[in-house]
Ligand binder design. Structure first.
Ligand SMILES: [Zn+2]
Length: 395
């Protein structure tokens, strides 16, 4: 059965939060009124969160304290003692699920030199996520987990995401508030109700979901964060498993592209969606570009925490390319909308393609990784940051 485009990935940056949302859109021009309205509503959620983040930044009273000052005042209590984490440990994490901030439990399923991989055992609706051989349920297998751990960091691979991203953009914080140097990769079903969206009869192209995020509040103590937000107080990246690990395919029926959603979790990741212009991996490979994208945000936030969105997102797009050697599909949307502003961030998919191409241009013409590292670390923001970087590179 022929599988067909078109995936649209919308990546949203919220000052302190980076969310990636995938949206299926087949043809907006032909979408009916209800569909357009629903899509619009989806986008309307963004400014609300954006404002709350600004509020959080403004009100958080202790965020300007240094780490040592926080330890002195008792806000950070680890005292330099790193909690020993072992395979099989179950931890509770704060996550966003729809509009709610909730806790979920996840099991530590892999450890290597630079990463922990925690996997949610079951989603909030009770569906198994981590494969459980006793019940033969769940869809994230140990093989998936090992593949992700190895792709992110394995001393046997010179091109792992951890090293490649650091070599291009700079280093992430040496440790989290828990004093641990490793990056936690939390695999979970972020939008636990996604399957119900489908079953309740939503038009499939309106179904967006959060496919992963980096949340800079995790660099603050939980006491520094105002409700409803919370901090996990560690170096952490969140990767969605469902439907990001792929549970469907495109097909042509009567000349129309139809997305066939398979609500049953599958552990067969052998079929990729190959399209004319967009490649959407499934299985653990779905996590690789997300890790490349979000890890850059972790680095960028550490180097320059008030950088403009377009510049930061362009760098995350570049990280996807450097790690996967595939242009982010958002380029196609910029080609269709070439008058889109580079610096006026509008949360349009074209914005991601536009900013990515600009970063690729800087990377290829003005000094490669040295230029990009300079740009990321530059304290000036936006176009001023680019100017300073070019002066520093003597261009
Ligand atoms: Zn992003």
């Amino acid at each position: 059965m022929k599988k067909k485009s078109k995936f649209i990935k919308l990546l949203i940056y919220l000052v302190t939060t980076i969310l990636i949302m995938y949206i299926f859109i087949i043809n907006i021009a032909n979408a009916d009124t209800v569909s357009k309205k629903m899509l619009f509503n989806k986008k309307c959620k963004t400014p609300e969160l954006y404002d709350r983040k600004l509020e959080l930044e403004k009100l958080s009273p202790r965020r300007s304290l240094t780490r040592d000052e926080k330890i002195d005042k008792g806000y950070i209590t680890t005292g330099g003692v790193i909690k020993q984490q072992q395979i099989g440990d179950v931890e509770s994490f704060w996550i966003i699920d729809g509009a709610d901030w909730v806790t979920v439990d996840a099991k530590l399923s892999a450890i290597n030199e630079h990463a922990y991989i925690y996997v949610q055992e079951q989603d909030r609706l009770g569906n198994k996520v981590l494969f459980d051989s006793a019940s033969n349920q769940g869809y994230i297998t140990q093989l998936d987990i090992n593949n992700i751990a190895n792709r992110f960091f394995n001393t046997g691979f010179s091109d792992n995401i951890y090293e490649t991203t650091r070599e291009t953009f700079g280093v992430e914080p040496p440790a989290g508030l828990d004093d641990d140097t490793r990056v936690t990769i939390l695999l979970l079903d972020i939008d636990s109700d996604y399957a119900n969206y489908i079953e309740s009869g939503y038009e499939w192209w309106n179904n967006a979901w959060i496919a992963g995020y980096y949340f800079s509040a995790d660099t603050f103590t939980d006491n520094d964060i105002y409700p409803p937000y919370h901090s996990n107080e560690r170096k952490i990246i969140y990767i969605d498993t469902y439907p990001s690990f792929e549970h469907g395919y495109f097909d042509i029926q009567n000349g129309n592209e139809i997305y066939n959603f398979n609500p049953e979790p599958t552990i067969d990741h052998s079929n990729d969606i190959d399209t004319d212009d967009i490649t959407m991996p499934e299985g653990p490979e779905a996590a690789y570009s997300l890790l490349s994208h979000e890890f850059q945000h972790m680095i960028h936030y550490y180097k320059d925490n008030d950088e403009e969105v377009w510049l930061d997102e362009g760098c995350s797009g570049l990280s996807e390319f450097i790690n996967d050697n595939v242009h982010p599909f958002a380029v196609d949307f910029f080609i269709d909308d070439p008058t889109d502003s580079l610096v006026d961030w509008g949360y349009d998919i074209a914005d991601y393609g536009n900013s990515y191409l600009f970063m690729l241009y800087l990377y290829e013409h003005f000094g490669g990784a040295a230029a990009i590292q300079n740009l990321v670390a530059e304290s000036a923001n936006g176009t001023a940051s680019v100017t300073q970087m070019l002066l520093a590179m003597n261009e």
